[in-house]
Design a protein around this ligand. Structure first.
Ligand SMILES: [Zn+2]
Length: 236
């Protein structure tokens, strides 16, 4: 269930009340339905004229969409208080500028204990696109890499001995907005991706000095790598 959906005709995000106001209670007869911001499913407004329940959009059954009532627990931290699709488009364009994409990679790499293949970063970025993280209302550019590393489990390889996952620790019941509203209350905890057990390493606080130093240091990234990093922005 979610409080916002896309009104297909206008491309705007609407509440259930706004959707009914635009399309009328006979929207079904017109074949016009609201669409989920994340998974693109057709949704159903519920409780618009009820005094007992808060109006919402319902998903079809048996979905694990993050905005449904049965979200995949792996990604349950990805719940913003609201969405801004236009700002999300602008933010993604900003991050895709050459220096900024290098910085995003450098931050993700530092978070992942200085081992992150470009292909792994591209996968994180693709997941970010798929889950529409850029459109979280109010999301600040500096926070985006801290979200990206929570989206993909990293397999062991020559330099990484264990499967790595980052779990976001934030104040209970707060939306992901806490990451930019009160970053001092948030941290990324490294866990073994297969068992979920915490690693014997301290959680990384947001805007950690070591991590932010990596953001400022991108001169070492060779051109061939930069070219590959740009691939994440090529499609869309
Ligand atoms: Zn959905």
């Amino acid at each position: 269930m979610t409080g916002k959906a896309i009104h297909r005709a206008s491309g705007a995000t609407v509440t259930p009340e706004e959707f009914i106001r635009r399309e009328g209670p006979q929207y079904r007869d017109k074949g016009i339905y609201p669409e989920c911001i994340v998974c693109g499913s057709v949704l159903h407004p519920y409780g618009v004229n009820s005094t007992n329940v808060t109006a919402r959009f319902d998903h079809p059954d048996r979905t694990d969409c993050l905005l449904s009532s049965t979200p995949n627990p792996r990604y349950i931290h990805l719940q913003p208080s609201d969405w801004d699709l236009a700002a999300g488009k602008r933010l993604r364009e900003t991050i895709c500028r050459l220096e900024n994409i290098k910085q995003a990679y450098a931050v993700c790499r530092a978070l992942c204990f200085n081992h992150l293949k470009v292909s792994e970063f591209l996968e994180m970025f693709r997941e970010g696109d798929r889950k529409r993280i850029w459109a979280y209302k109010g999301l600040q550019e500096w926070v985006a890499p801290y979200i990206l590393v929570t989206l993909v489990d990293l397999e062991p390889n020559g330099k990484r001995r264990f499967p790595l996952r980052f779990v976001l620790r934030k104040p209970a019941r707060q939306p992901i907005d806490a990451m930019w509203v009160s970053p001092e209350d948030c941290a990324l905890e490294p866990v073994f991706a297969d068992s979920g057990r915490p690693m014997a390493r301290d959680p990384i606080v947001l805007s950690d000095d070591r991590i932010e130093a990596a953001r400022a240091d991108t001169a070492w990234i060779p051109d061939v790598m930069t070219k590959r990093l740009k691939e994440c922005c090529a499609h869309r």
